[in-house]
Design a protein around this ligand. Structure first.
Ligand code: NAD
Ligand code: IPM
Ligand code: MN
Length: 361
């Protein structure tokens, strides 16, 4: 079988706790399907590294990471130690930009066995199963702006939103293609062109332009405020939802919350050209409030590993991993599932249960 070089960066907080479970399940899948994951662990992109080195990354991080087939990433940040804008802009956001991971792909799926906080959904109800496609390199996340008159009563700050034609078109193209490949072929665009009067109308304009190339895809657009309400009221009606960097960020926490817990949600930061390595991580952060208790849900990390295998072309192994997740969650064993899903399980117990299910597939 093939060998894939994977950079492993656990980061901070529960990133350190869920990473071993993700690796355990990936190793089970690789053993079963006859390929090799050659793992290299790095301690940068963490508060400990920052404390020792005064920076989040070594100077040669681009050359270090570029040769890898993919990056498997936990979570970074601990606001009790260092401000988030230093730790996050110094690490994860650098990866996304330097490696041109312009697609942030995040699934939202109601998995039987995981209780939704919404009205009880019965068998036969429509499934909740959609993708959030988030623009991942520009938009509201920009470094253009400034602070002047600092410390005076005239102090003020600005921060620009950047939408380039290339950046907007390439994320829309990805989202349209994803929608085209699904049975319902429905694309929902998140906008706010009623209030944000320059960038958001531009986004809408590019959606209309792109839709001409995909006549079979049905397009709808909603302003972000009402879209969040529709997510809660009728999540089963979405198929592919595309949004700017900030809107995609918000929608991809809301979606998994509706399906039970953000603890199960994975995230692919994808460079579709293959010029740079793509990065796979859970949607959640380092959860300082539960770090150390060993109760973090490892499913987001494991499912991110599943997305990584799909990206590498190991389709059969990826299918096994997803089936294993569904099988274990589906039996709803309280001694296995973690407290965020209403159980008494611990991180390692759930990770081992999914590992075993993969090996038994
Ligand atoms: P968070 O996702 O870390 O936690 C939000 C809430 O969800 C907390 O109550 C937490 O206990 C719970 N939670 C998160 N993941 C869970 C899991 N796997 N199992 C069970 N419960 C889980 O978000 P936050 O509190 O806003 O941020 C904490 C730190 O993480 C900050 O430094 C933030 O910037 C950072 N962060 C990093 C990433 C990343 O590395 N990709 C993403 C989001 C936030
Ligand atoms: C995410 C996170 C990051 C983001 C933060 C930690 C900078 O919330 O991956 O969703 O906003 O992109
Ligand atoms: Mn987020």
């Amino acid at each position: 079988g093939k060998t894939y070089k994977i950079a492993v960066i656990a980061g901070d907080g529960i990133g350190l706790e869920v990473m071993p479970e993700g690796l355990r399940c990936l190793q089970a899948a690789s053993k079963k399907h006859g390929f090799t994951l050659s793992l290299t662990e790095f301690d940068f992109a963490s508060c400990d590294y920052y404390e020792k080195n005064g920076k989040m990354l070594p100077d040669d991080w681009v050359e270090l990471l570029k040769p890898f087939d993919a990056i498997y990433f936990g979570a970074v940040g601990d606001p009790r130690r260092y401000p988030d804008h230093i730790t996050l802009w110094g690490s994860l956001l650098q990866f996304r930009r330097q490696f041109d991971q312009y697609v942030n792909l995040r699934p939202v799926r109601l998995i039987p066995g995981v209780q939704s906080p919404l009205a009880l959904r019965k068998p036969g109800d429509e499934k909740i199963d959609f993708w959030v496609v988030r623009e991942n390199t520009e938009g509201e996340y920009s470094e253009i702006g400034g602070r002047i008159f600092t410390g005076t009563s005239r102090e003020f700050v600005t921060q620009e939103t950047i939408m380039t034609r290339i950046g907007t078109d390439r994320i829309l193209d990805y989202a349209f293609k994803l929608a085209q490949g699904r049975p319902r072929k429905l694309l929902t665009s998140a906008t706010k062109s009623n209030g944000i009067s320059i960038t958001m109308p531009y986004w809408d304009e590019r959606v209309v332009e792109m839709s001409k190339k995909f006549p079979d895809v049905k397009v709808e657009k909603y302003h972000i405020d009402i879209l969040t309400a529709h997510f809660v009221a009728r999540p089963q009606s979405f198929d592919v939802v595309v949004g700017s960097n900030l809107f995609g960020d918000i929608l991809s926490d809301l979606g998994p919350a509706i399906t039970g817990t953000i603890g199960i949600a994975p995230s692919g930061n994808i460079n579709p050209t293959g010029e740079w390595p793509s990065l796979f991580e859970p949607v959640h952060g380092s959860a300082p409030d539960i770090y150390g208790k060993k109760i973090a849900n490892p499913v987001g990390m494991i499912w991110a590993g599943q997305m990584m295998l799909l990206h590498l072309g190991e389709t059969a192994a990826a299918e096994d991993m997803l089936s294993a997740i569904e099988q274990v969650l589906g039996r709803g064993d309280f001694s296995e599932i973690t407290p965020d899903m209403g159980g008494k399980g611990r991180t390692e117990i759930l990770g081992r249960a999914i590992e075993k299910a993969i090996l038994d597939m």
